[in-house]
Write a protein that binds this ligand. Sequence first.
Ligand code: FES
Length: 104
Amino acid sequence: MSSDDAMHLRGASGAQRVELIYDGQPVTVRAGESVAAALFANGIRRLRMSPRGHGPRGMFCLMGSCQECLVMVNGRRALACQTPVRAQLCVDTIDLAEHPGRHE
Ligand code: FES
């Protein structure tokens, strides 16, 4: 199993490929896997910028606990690791220095 295959959900192999828009750029991913895994498999590691230090943050726990993977999905805050890929998704990184909230 390649490291790329390890990032895909069981049963997602051979799944339909769809296009999502990430920070304005099209990315081809497998439908059904999480947004976090789909972006990671495409070499995208940065999902948001931290409010302190303005550093890049990426997925960590992959189970919805740490909230490191907070992104905007179709204009709403969402956890990338808990959001399944489907057609017509528009995903944007969040700069929490510009949009503070309860997530740090
Ligand atoms: S990676 Fe921890 S909540 Fe998504």
